[in-house]
Design a binder for this molecule. Structure first.
Ligand code: GNR
Ligand code: NI
Length: 170
């Protein structure tokens, strides 16, 4: 397993729409293992493939709390098929936008249909932090970032800051 470098704002890769996973093969299994290792190392609670430079519709999540047993999850080609009218607000962060946090309002519950590493289709209802994280990750598959859900003023400030930082590093 390998820890992969993270793609950071304003890298245009983060705005790409990822393509579906065609078959659950060794390459997909290896990438999901690498993504989980990268996520745990960061540390984060979720990671989309594009954040390690792979424009594929796959994401990994582990929302187990510190001290709890690890609960790694892999979702291939995930789709939100239903969402609650009830909304929830969480303070979100993103491994591709380090050290920036903002409150985002999203549906409190979602039903997600996805392909598992077992090669079968699954449907799952999620709420709480898992629902928020799934929506944040599925946004990544569509080139959408959590800063797209905050005010334009705040978003422009963050993008400007990261653009300046990237220019300095070269
Ligand atoms: O580690 C992460 N924490 C987090 C907190 C609140 C809402 C969403 C997230 S996902 C984020 C990791 C990440 O950037 N995934 O794309
Ligand atoms: Ni993110």
């Amino acid at each position: 397993m390998t820890i992969k470098p993270l793609i950071i704002l304003p890298d245009p890769l983060l705005r790409e729409v990822s393509r579906p996973v065609e078959t659950v093969d060794d390459q997909v299994r290896r990438l999901s293992a690498d993504m989980l290792e990268t996520m745990y190392d960061a540390p984060g609670i979720g990671l989309a493939a594009i954040q390690v430079g792979e424009p594929l519709r796959m994401l990994v999540i582990d929302v187990a709390r510190e001290g709890e047993e690890k609960a790694p999850r892999v979702f291939l080609n995930p789709e939100i098929v239903a969402a609650t009218d009830e909304r929830n607000t969480y303070e979100e962060g993103c491994l591709s936008i380090p050290d920036y946090y903002a409150e985002v309002e999203r549906p409190a519950g979602v039903t997600v249909r996805y392909l598992g590493l077992d090669g079968a289709m699954h449907e799952e209802q999620a709420d709480g932090i898992l629902a928020t994280c799934l929506q944040h990750e599925i946004d990544h598959l569509n080139g959408v970032l959590f800063i797209d859900h905050i005010s334009k003023l705040k978003r422009d400030m963050v993008v400007k800051k990261f653009t300046k930082a990237a220019r300095k590093i070269g």
